[in-house]
Design a protein around this ligand. Structure first.
Ligand code: TYD
Ligand code: MG
Length: 450
């Protein structure tokens, strides 16, 4: 067996060096050198390389990969309909957000799978305590306390589980690289060996990776291009719910959103999120409006709160939480220029209640309604929802899945919903809910404030 060789490479320009350098002599970048394996030991079978040949695309056989059903409905949907055998997933999030909890729940709930949960962070007792808390049990779930990649691979070949969870990739180390665990070189090399294992044995491998809010812990970020699916768990400590997103998914849509609630007994799936995000007050308050937005294929009703007050300083303040501030500025300009509301000298604060972050343009109408309601200091009529995009000329444009949004509002007992006058085919959707179609912001204002 020949010896393993490693070298250091600048991640910016690719310059190679025999040892670590603080500054790249070629491009001048600081702290850019990462250790990489350049020659692996040759095994007896290694020499003969299998030749690949190009094929015509219509000769390729398309095989539908049978997915493994995930009992956790939120995770199932976010994954695009279950786990694909042989895939490598990266599950990132801030420390303490609940990654280990979600994964142990998955491992213990999937009675249809044999699972190996590898932990390099916690002791067996800690894992047992957490497992008892979440209240599921799976006799086919094995736990392994180990950080050496070589030992883990030995166990994997011996036990042949169908799902492997690594908690976390930053704790693993391989003998081939001398850098400490968690360094970019180690993380990348360990992940690439696990990727090879996943593809060769058709095993699902989930890597947990800690990522801070600023993305400063660079390790797991470098894996994003390597893995099939990137899951991201987010939310803040002040709120009990957690959001699961897929910034990358080779097997499904990246628009889906999973919602969980962190309870005493683990993470609870939230199947009816609108209930969680809107609080109908007994007394109607000005400045609050409910918008129907889509997260993936699921409509969610969210509350927008706004406060408009006379600016104390010369330059009025604009501040948002959970909403794009440039979009707010644009909407304010439309209100000012097209509808004659004098908001130029007012401070405007906007908040998406519950800490959600929204990008759906259909929320424009609710934003405008909340701002006008606060500006006039008149509460909006109770049980009224909004769904529409506002264009630069003050026109209200139709949004996709308007029917789905109306259905959701109807399901939650809303009496009225404002949508674009240009949306077609909504006649049959009415019933208990009154659908008000408006083409211009002025029309909506006339309806709301008379
Ligand atoms: P954890 O899964 O350890 O986070 P991560 O692996 O992302 O670092 O979960 C951390 C928090 O979750 C912890 O502070 C306590 C809380 N928690 C609950 O509220 N209920 C529970 O049932 C469990 C297991 C954890
Ligand atoms: Mg953890």
């Amino acid at each position: 067996m020949s010896k393993i060789k490693t070298a250091f490479f600048c991640q910016n320009c690719g310059t190679q060096a025999a040892k670590y350098l603080g500054k790249c002599p070629s491009c001048g970048e600081w702290n850019s050198f990462v250790e990489e394996v350049i020659q692996k030991p040759t095994t007896s079978s290694g020499g003969a390389r299998k030749k690949s040949t190009p094929k015509a695309i219509h000769d390729l056989e398309s095989q539908m990969l049978p997915r493994m059903e995930v009992l956790d409905q939120e995770l199932h949907r976010v994954l695009g309909g279950g786990l694909v055998p042989g895939s490598l997933l990266l599950f990132g999030g801030e420390p303490g957000i609940g990654k280990s909890t979600l994964m142990i729940q998955l491992a213990l709930r999937q009675l249809n799978m044999s699972v190996l949960y590898v932990s390099g962070e916690e002791s067996a007792e800690q894992i047992k305590m957490r497992a008892d808390r979440v209240g599921y049990s799976n006799p086919r779930c094995l736990v392994l306390m180990e950080t050496s990649l070589e030992t883990i691979l030995l166990h994997l070949h011996e036990h042949q589980p169908s799902l492997v969870i690594i908690d976390s990739i930053q704790t693993l180390s391989t003998d081939t690289i001398e850098s400490p665990p968690g360094s970019v070189g180690q993380v990348r090399e360990c992940a690439s060996q696990l990727l090879k294992f996943a593809k060769e044995t058709n095993t699902v491998v989930i890597l947990i990776g800690h990522i801070t809010k600023e993305g400063t812990l660079a390790g797991p970020k470098v894996l994003e291009h390597m893995v099939d699916t990137v899951l991201h768990f987010e939310g803040d400590r002040q709120h009990i719910y957690r959001l699961l997103r897929t910034p990358k998914n080779r097997f499904g849509s990246t628009n889906e959103l999973g919602i969980y609630e962190m309870r005493h007994a683990g993470l609870q799936e939230v199947n009816n999120p609108s209930d969680l995000f809107i609080h109908q007050h007994d007394e109607q308050l000005s400045g609050s409006a409910i918008g129907a937005c889509m997260e993936g294929v699921r409509p969610i009703l969210l509350e927008i709160q706004s406060l408009v007050s006379t600016a104390v300083y010369g330059t009025p303040q604009r501040s948002t939480t959970g909403f794009d501030i440039r979009r707010l500025n644009m909407l304010l300009a439309v209100l000012e220029k097209r509808c004659g509301f004098r908001l130029g000298s007012k401070d405007v604060f906007l908040n998406v209640a519950g800490g959600m972050r929204i990008e759906d343009p259909a929320m424009d109408l609710a934003v405008i309604a909340a701002i006008l309601s606060s500006n006039e200091d008149i509460a909006l009529p109770p049980l009224t929802a909004f769904a529409g995009e506002v264009g630069l000329s003050g026109e209200i444009r139709p949004v996709h899945r308007t029917d789905g949004r109306i259905q959701e509002a109807k399901k939650l007992g809303f009496h009225k919903i404002f949508v674009s006058g240009y949306s077609k085919g909504l006649e049959d959707l009415g019933g208990q809910i009154q659908i008000i179609q408006v083409c211009k912001v002025e029309e909506m204002v006339a309806h709301l404030f008379g």
